[in-house]
Design a protein around this ligand. Sequence first.
Ligand code: ADP
Ligand code: MG
Ligand code: ZN
Length: 622
Amino acid sequence: MKFSWKNLLLWSLPIIVISFFLWQGIFAPTVNENNTNLTNSRMTYGRFLEYIEMGWVKKVDIYDNGHTAVIEAIGPEIGNRMQKIRVELPASAPELITKLKKNHIDLNAYPTKNNTALWSLLGNLFFPLLLVTSLALLFRRSNNATGGPGQAMSFGKSKALFQVEAKTGIIFDDVAGIDEAKEEFEEIVTFLKKPEYFTAVGAKIPKGVLLVGPPGTGKTLLAKAIAGEANVPFFSISGSEFVEMFVGVGASRVRDLFKKAKENAPCIIFIDEIDAVGRQRGTGIGGGNDEREQTLNQLLTEMDGFEGNTGIIVIAATNRADILDAALLRPGRFDRQVNVDIPDFKGRLDILNVHAKNKKIDNNVSLSIIARRTPGFSGADLANLLNEAAILTARERKNQITLKEIDKAIDRIIAGMEGTALIDSKSKRLIAYHEIGHAIVGTLLRNHENVQKVTLIPRGQARGLTWFTPSEDQSLISRSQIKARIMGALGGRAAEEIVFGESEITTGASNDLQQVTSMARQMVTRFGMSTIGPMSLENEDSNPFLGRGMGNTNEYSDEIAIKVDSQIKLIVDECHNKTRDIIKNNRVIIDKLVDILIEKETIDGNEFANIIKQYTTIQHKI
Ligand code: ADP
Ligand code: MG
Ligand code: ZN
């Protein structure tokens, strides 16, 4: 096609129109105020209202003339950590302000900047103008080159959206606590360094390795370590970067990536979050996603297109292998699967040792005590923990990290920022009874974890907290242990009821009740621990992405559904009654403990146990 201004006009008119709408719809809400870009997490307005009801919202900032809110919240769906989340607000939301006021939530509204007519006109014109200019350039280029208009339109090619690191600088010693995965990978380093060992005896070198594990367990780190150990370049891209607005862009990026990699072999290609492209085809709302399928097909073609001995090894990471397309897992593609799990005690200790190396830590601090206190922490959590402790140390102008800072950092990571305690008042007393309720029920039940600390110092959303010593082995939990946990969780509410009366009970127990219900429900529907019998009626999360069955998960009859509900109620009622009995029978010591707690604000586990021992009436655990 010859370059002519007529041609250019023909092409650019529709693009100007389209891009105007794109700009309005996609970019305009975010350009005005940078702060709204702070977060990628989003939440629907309805969910946001529920979060307010549950008391999980801490702070609300309103932008864009009331169109967008950035909230700080903590809740079970967002990992029980304080997070910033973006919420699009509907055009009229009259109930919102009253709701926020009622729940005493911090509210700030920010004025929209750059809002003069001229600026917005310029802003609106900027994007189309940019497009027209670049289009003109593209036309010129395609005119000079041999190619036709098809080449001029290749959007994907101009953007190199993968990262290349010539040297990652990470070695196997930087990775700890996941020894099995590491061993598997040490072999792969040998493939890269000495492929002839394997090809000489006719062995095929694996092309693809799939790393499966929860976030923060060191998957990216491990992939980088292979590149570092083998001294080869590291090409990385995230699955979500493949999935673009224009069909075909993702596929062309895959092609680019493999082309560059082949030029630089031997090397590692790392595809993070492969589930974003590699999900089973033909699933999802509305049938499927053409773009994703094209990208996936391209990926499969590329992986089939090179021989194992070209020295390219593709490593992909995901936190769920079960939703991946079966074609990805066939021999010759990602035929090796390596699981990376949340570390156990020894793993945590090893990881702490790695990250403690470059930090000044007091000699009295034993890393094994930290490892004991942190079951369920991932490698990233542990790294974060030591870093937080170092920051706290620096803030206090100390030159060595002591146990005090580490304890603070653990508490902060688990439960959020510390607030200041209430002054003595009726509600402080009520919170004290609530917490002592949890603590005493937990202490008196044989199958319950021991109390580590009870405190009235608020943290995150909680106004008081009872910490229990986490037990290491969380994999097999007995029926009586779950029941003990249900009773422990009901202890707070039961104490409110008995001490202050039914009419004075508060919303403070809502989180507890949620846990109680969820545990009771799982006893019935997942663990076969009710009279319905050993049946699995629900899966852990059967529809992570509303794929396949489109959210229709309950595969049992209405008749069973009624039984499920009544069994759940039966369990909760039984536990509730027993919990109330424990509170009633121990009223004297509860009153005593509450007085101490109000005075001292924190009672630690040993002290708590000693006080209980003084009252000889309680000798046996129930
Ligand atoms: P993933 O990719 O599995 O989500 P990353 O590899 O990105 O996790 O881990 C993030 C950070 O956490 C790493 O850079 C490292 O500092 C730390 N980390 C995670 N796992 C480990 C581990 N097994 N050993 C040492 N450090 C780890
Ligand atoms: Mg990662
Ligand atoms: Zn509670």
